[in-house]
Design a protein around this ligand. Structure first.
Ligand code: NDP
Ligand code: KPL
Length: 296
């Protein structure tokens, strides 16, 4: 391996463009694999733009080598369609860092990769797609990885870039905390509103009740989260800019399939498995599923 790993990225959308820009600024431009052809990608950050040169490969037959590290930033609903990229880009030694929300990244990728190849992550930063190839990065990029040997390849790749990476010995706890944030953001799909909606007293009450049921499920799944976590997550939404969106609302507004199952369905499914009542998820999960998948 040369000084830095050879890197490819599948899914150059909001999160993929951000990570690609961080790598490009450091002279480590990844090979870009996407669905839609663009000449370049653009990241808007603060008052400037970072342009990441293409080409965006749009068919796995264009891949000519195996890579040390592959970032995957397609939606969880797009994994099966994107799987041929994995076959083209990966040897058995490739580390595949999954840049997705949810706590089920290992099982989602298990049909396509060995357990040693799959590296889950927690993606903390909001980024929004604008028109065409442009993305607006709305806070400093940060990832959390589990404390395993494979994480060193990501640390090495992103070292000294604008994308901060930390590792944790308690990944379950961190991943469930982020999942609770995402589960709450599901309410934004049902109202069609951005983060400002959480300033309402009635939405604050509903949010705390939803977060309490998420907390019970998270704890049953082994996440050591304290009683203060629901308030902390709600406080994050209260502090957020009123116009902050969430990726699942962006998909709803574009009438694309939603990540309802990995962000909200999982609370209901894992709750049922543990015998924990999840009345709010029982109401909102079918609504999110129907908004995503129809019919009608
Ligand atoms: N956006 C955010 O703020 C955050 C998102 N996340 C999570 O990160 C993950 C990615 O989300 P996000 O970046 O918002 O999603 P986007 O929809 O912005 O990006 C997905 C990208 O994958 C591309 N794609 C779709 N299918 C394929 C395929 N078969 N082969 C190659 N590329 C494909 C899409 O192409 P096309 O342009 O054609 O649609 C798009 O460029 C999700 O799990 C999300 O929940 C986590 C934290 C924050
Ligand atoms: C905005 C944020 C960080 C929290 O919901 C997110 O994860 C998303 O948009 O998917």
């Amino acid at each position: 391996m040369s000084q830095y790993p050879a890197i490819a990225l599948i899914g150059p959308g909001a999160i993929g463009t951000t990570v690609a820009a961080a790598l490009h600024e450091a002279g480590r431009t990844p090979t870009l694999c996407g669905r839609t052809a663009h000449d370049s990608l653009l990241l808007r950050v603060d008052n400037h733009r970072i342009e990441i040169p293409g080409p965006i490969l749009t068919h796995p037959s264009a891949v000519k080598q195996h890579y040390d590290l592959v970032f995957v930033a397609v939606k969880s609903t797009q994994v099966a369609e994107a799987a041929p990229w994995l076959a083209a880009l990966c040897s058995e030694k490739t580390v595949v860092c999954v840049l997705q929300n949810g706590v089920e990244q290992r099982s989602l990728f298990a049909p396509y990769l060995s357990a040693q190849q799959i590296l889950p992550s927690v993606v903390w930063f909001p980024a929004q797609r604008e028109t065409g190839n442009a993305v607006w990065l709305r806070s400093s990029p940060r990832l959390t990885l589990p404390d395993v040997a494979e994480s060193h390849r990501v640390l090495e790749a992103l070292q000294g870039t604008r994308c901060e990476v930390d590792v944790t010995t308690d990944f379950t706890q961190v991943a469930w905390r982020k999942l609770m944030q995402n589960a709450l953001a599901g309410l934004m799909v049902l109202t069609g509103r951005r983060a400002g909606m959480f300033s309402r007293i009635d939405i604050t009450g509903l949010s705390l009740a939803l977060l309490q049921e998420c907390l019970a499920v998270a704890r049953a799944e082994g996440a050591a989260l304290g009683d203060e976590v629901p308030q902390e997550i709600l406080a994050w939404f209260h502090r957020a800019p009123a116009d902050l969106s969430t990726s699942i609302l962006t998909d709803r507004q574009a009438d694309r399939p939603l990540e309802w199952d990995c962000r909200n369905g999982v609370i209901q499914r894992r709750g049922q498995a543990h015998g924990i009542a999840t009345p709010i998820s029982d109401l909102i999960v079918p609504l999110l599923a129907a908004a995503s998948d129809g019919p009608g």
